[in-house]
Design a protein around this ligand. Structure first.
Ligand code: GLC
Length: 713
């Protein structure tokens, strides 16, 4: 029931004794195949029962070959590709002897200040559920017993993405109705698709830390969902119950955690030191311990650790496979979101250009573009945008590179003057901006989500050079780009795109590929709008353009007694900078002929909603067709729209495609005021389009007699 840390030195030297004594059934952060093999040998041959070890590692978005950060992978809206990426990562990690990964992270978040938004699959439960399922299937493969399968871990149950102030580890307070309608669905989807393990969050939920939260770990996870896998605590979070102030000492912490449903303690010693005495004292029912041990043993059998197929670990080959490189490239390509393309200035034509200026701190930063949670990534394998552009340019194009800043937090200096001079003497400026990897990820939260350092000043100065400016932004979160947009002609948002990010970006810039990414999270105009997300409630006084007044437009002469009297900010309005699901292409997609059948559906029946999508442009492209639905009247208020389906389609110029979504009426269900999960009869509205602002709509009805909500009989 104890997982020990093997992060330093030669782990057999200091973990061997605990393994022989049965105080270590799992290790974390041992990725040297020979060390893993020796640890497994000790466990099999020198411990009392010969039980093999779980070997865990955070394989979050790749192992040695790094994929885009999960938020970037979510921007692909491509479950098949996300699954392929996880499969590739599992093959590399398993070669090093790893058999357990602590991914996918399924925390829904609407707060870009939170550093871990980078690891998330975005703001929407439906999208996160579908992509989380894909990651789990990729990691776990066809059979957990396959030699290259990893046990996946859905984390961090639950509500971690709602930390106060976007500050990591802070408290979360979430009404159960929101917990069940927004934050829990991705975890339930994970259980349904067979995830092997779960991890509670560091944070408290409604006053009870998740690690000791019986409601989450036993009532919901075991009793309601029937989860029979292993629950592992987060790093030392059992002992942290004393710090939270719910446990008086480590014995009390161990008792609270194990009785709530935490089976294994990651890198703490509360279980090893106190569970035995708690049982001996009669304080802890031995059956509780037996059940936890049984779940851990069952996982080890499911992973095939007792048979020889998994040992010994062979180690990684000298170079990544071509398949791994191509998976990373395709994932990077489809993760990039085209946010602006005035002109259109993109794609660039190598033949029509003479000189390009490649400027900025992230043009040639092999480590930074890999992003957060990259323990085993090899920056030597990274293809940076500068390398890829120089390779594509060949002898046709002069490429002038000026970093201008030493890193993303850099201050204005002589590099700025050199950058402006280079821009003046070039045909186009390719400006690589954003965040270094360390500025997002665990504990790396920001109160201001603008470009770090003096990057905005660099943008302004380059704008003055009078040449077209294409900004390529790498970051681990949505950034407030309002002021950047005013000074550039085009924006590609690349998240942290991983090993092959530069190749993908260069091919998109020069039109060898067409951008197809869509935002998995809303981009605010400024941080003061947070939380801002598409599936908001309508409120009793929803804003509209006619009623919203901007702070700069208030007439000082008028005898103002009130402004707007609807839900908005005087200095930001109510619209985001870019909505959920948004992303441009080098072509244009038109939607028409929406239909729904039947117009009235009975509970338990299926409804089909569809539309025709046309590539109205001159180049082939991929579009993510999205279906949104609104329950117009509910026993509790319902979001103004919710994603209920999406499909990525490839269309040639002029090609039309009829896209249909089949929904069960269960897809209309939600947890109501009594927390009962049900679809309620009444009017519904549906939209199909290329983002969450889709306007092409249709109405339908779910038959039955709506309960007169709020009216007691
Ligand atoms: C970290 C993270 C968790 C990770 C674990 C092991 O603190 O919260 O997501 O899997 O520790 O590294």
């Amino acid at each position: 029931m104890a997982q020990r840390d093997g992060s330093h030195g030669y782990p057999p030297d200091y973990l061997g004794a605990d393994i022989r004594a049965g105080r270590c059934g799992a290790v974390i952060n041992v990725v040297d195949a020979s060390a893993v093999n020796e640890l497994q040998r000790i466990a099999r041959q020198e411990s009392r029962l010969g039980i093999p070890l779980l070997v865990g590692r955070d394989v979050i978005h790749g192992f040695r070959t790094i994929l885009p950060i999960p938020l970037g992978q979510a921007a692909t809206w491509n479950p098949g590709l996300v699954r392929a990426g996880a499969r590739m990562a599992a093959e590399e990690a398993a070669a090093a002897g790893v058999n357990w990964t602590f991914a996918p992270m399924l925390d829904i978040t609407r707060d870009p200040r939170w550093g871990r938004i980078a690891e998330s699959l975005g703001e929407d439960p439906y999208l996160a559920s579908r992509l989380g399922e894909a990651m789990i299937r990729g990691f776990q493969g066809k059979e957990l017993a396959e030699p290259d399968a990893l046990a996946a871990c859905a984390k961090h149950i639950a509500g971690y993405g709602a930390v106060e102030g976007g500050r990591d580890y802070a408290a979360t307070s979430i009404p159960e109705i929101d917990l069940r309608n927004v934050y829990l669905p991705p975890f339930q989807a994970a259980v349904r698709c067979g995830v092997a393990t779960m991890m509670p969050s560091f944070s408290e939920l409604n006053g009870v830390p998740a690690t000791a939260n019986r409601f989450l770990l036993t009532q919901v996870l075991r009793e309601e969902w029937g989860f029979d896998g292993v629950v592992v605590s987060d790093w030392d979070s059992v002992c942290q119950l004393c710090v939270h102030g719910t446990a008086g000492d480590k014995a009390h912490a161990a008792l609270l955690a194990v009785t709530a449903g935490t089976d294994m303690e990651m890198t703490g010693d509360a279980y090893n030191e106190h569970l035995g005495e708690l049982v001996a004292l009669g304080t802890l029912d031995p059956c509780t311990v037996d059940e936890a041990v049984a779940r851990i043993l069952r996982l080890k059998f499911r992973l095939g650790l007792f048979d020889a197929r998994r040992s010994p670990a062979k180690g990684l080959p000298a170079r990544p496979s071509r398949a791994a490189i191509e998976t990373a490239r395709l994932a990077a390509e489809q993760s990039v979101v085209l946010l602006k393309n005035n002109g259109p200035v993109l794609p660039l034509s190598i033949e029509q250009l003479d000189t390009v200026a490649v400027i900025g701190p992230l043009a040639d930063a092999p480590w930074e573009q890999l992003g957060t949670w990259v323990f085993d990534g090899d920056p030597g394998e990274t293809v940076t945008p500068l390398c890829a552009i120089e390779s594509l340019a060949g002898g046709h194009l002069k490429v002038r590179h000026v970093p201008a800043m030493v890193h993303s937090r850099g201050r204005a200096g002589p590099g700025f003057d050199e950058a402006v001079e280079t821009a003046r003497n070039s045909d186009v400026v390719l400006l690589f901006l954003g965040e270094e990897a360390i500025l997002s990820g665990e504990a790396h939260c920001r109160a201001d989500i603008g470009l770090p350092g003096d990057q905005l000043e660099l943008v302004r100065q380059l704008h003055s050079a009078g040449k077209p400016v294409v900004a390529v932004i790498m970051a681990g979160r949505p950034l407030a780009l309002t002021q950047v947009l005013d000074h550039v002609d085009a924006v590609l948002f690349a998240w942290h795109p991983g090993t092959m990010g530069g190749q993908a970006i260069a091919e998109l810039l020069f039109g060898l590929r067409c951008p197809s990414g869509k935002l998995p999270v809303t981009f605010p105009r400024m941080v003061g709008q947070v939380p801002i997300y598409y599936s908001q409630k309508n409120t009793g006084k929803p804003p509209s353009p006619a009623e919203v007044v901007h702070i700069d437009d208030i007439d000082p002469q008028a005898a103002q007694t009130s402004l707007g009297m609807v839900s908005f900010h005087l200095d930001a309005g109510y619209r985001p900078l870019f909505p959920f699901g948004f992303g441009l292409s080098y072509t244009q997609f038109h939607y028409g002929d929406i239909f729904v059948r039947p117009l009235e559906v009975s509970p338990g029946e299926r409804i089909t909603i569809g539309a025709e999508v046309t590539n109205a442009g001159a180049v082939a492209g991929e579009e993510v067709v999205q279906l949104y639905v609104r329950d117009v009247v509910g026993s509790v208020t319902r979001p103004v729209r919710e994603l209920k389906g999406f499909l990525r389609v490839q269309l040639e110029p002029g090609e039309k495609r009829r896209v249909e979504f089949a929904l069960d009426t269960d897809a209309l269900a939600f947890h109501g005021a009594d927390l009962r999960w049900a679809a309620e009869p009444g009017e519904f509205r549906a939209w199909i389009g290329g983002d969450s602002d889709a306007e092409l709509g249709v109405n339908f009805r779910l038959s039955g007699t709506p309960a007169m909500a709020g009216v007691t009989s």
